[in-house]
Design a protein around this ligand. Structure first.
Ligand SMILES: *[C@@H]1O[C@H](CO)[C@@H](O)[C@H](O)[C@H]1NC(C)=O
Ligand SMILES: *[C@@H]1O[C@H](CO)[C@@H](O)[C@H](O)[C@H]1NC(C)=O
Ligand SMILES: *[C@@H]1O[C@H](CO)[C@@H](O)[C@H](O)[C@H]1NC(C)=O
Ligand SMILES: *[C@@H]1O[C@H](CO)[C@@H](O)[C@H](O)[C@H]1NC(C)=O
Ligand SMILES: *[C@@H]1O[C@H](CO)[C@@H](O)[C@H](O)[C@H]1NC(C)=O
Length: 202
């Protein structure tokens, strides 16, 4: 429920309108390599999203703030996800694992008894990335945007906005998070201290 990467069985790519100038600079990942996984490794902030799919649309509007850690396991084609989301002014922590389908640039997670897929879109800017969702075709398309800090530059944001336009969603439909509403600071700090202690003991 809390995760925002999507439901997708159909790939986003054939649905993009190549004639649309906003789609020109879009760099979807054809395949995920070890280098891609290295790039995704670390801490990311959830910046904003827009989903046509009603379930994801609703979830997106509940999330006040969010950040997470990606820890790739190259040999297993997995990414460990530690996620801190603020929903209803409460911090919700989740620990889960994503499956990486290297050959088609897709990741998935099991939630609510089914596998949810997302296509990875890398941006020109190394400090941001996007995940795209589609479900039963274009009318359920969606996009979420992540960065390595809670604020993005205008230039970084432009890539997200272009992609939003490219998939036919209006800018006014984007839901941005509000970093000031984050309630996960104390829990995150506690986890960091525990991890530090574990490292010292081992
Ligand atoms: C990617 O490949 C996996 C495994 O073959 C498949 O389950 C998934 O549906 C594919 N995703 C897309 C978007 O084609
Ligand atoms: C695509 O990239 C080129 C070169 O960086 C730039 O001039 C152009 O404005 C970009 N197009 C869009 C729609 O952002
Ligand atoms: C999300 O839902 C709201 C309220 O129903 C709607 O106004 C908005 O257009 C939806 N967003 C997208 C991207 O479809
Ligand atoms: C990717 O990384 C894994 C684990 O380090 C390694 O086993 C594999 O050979 C690497 N693949 C390539 C193509 O370098
Ligand atoms: C995340 O955590 C919340 C609260 O602990 C739980 O209700 C929810 O099912 C979890 N979601 C996942 C994907 O594990």
């Amino acid at each position: 429920m809390a995760l925002l990467w999507a439901l997708a069985v159909l790939s986003l790519l054939p649905l993009l309108d190549a004639q649309n100038p906003e789609c020109a600079n879009l760099t979807a990942v054809a395949a995920i390599t070890n280098a891609t996984l290295d790039k995704l490794s670390g801490k990311w902030f959830y910046i904003g999203s827009a989903f046509r799919n009603p379930e994801y649309n609703e979830t997106a509007r509940l999330i006040q703030a969010g950040f997470f850690y990606f820890e790739p396991k190259h040999a297993e084609d997995k990414i460990i996800l530690r996620q801190y989301q603020t929903i209803g002014n409460k911090c919700i922590y989740n620990f889960t694992s994503l499956t990486v389908y290297r050959e088609n640039g897709t990741m998935s997670v099991f939630e609510s008894g089914r596998e949810h897929f997302a296509d990875l879109l890398l941006t020109k800017h190394p400090k941001t990335f996007m995940l795209a969702a589609s479900w039963k075709g274009k009318k359920n398309m969606g996009l979420s945007f992540y960065a390595d800090k809670p604020e993005v530059t205008q230039e970084e944001k432009k890539e997200f906005l272009d992609t939003i336009k490219c998939i036919g969603i209006h800018e006014s439909e984007i839901i941005y998070i509000d970093e000031k509403k984050d309630q996960c600071g104390p829990l995150h700090k506690q986890h960091e201290e525990e991890r530090k202690k574990e490292k010292e003991e081992s």
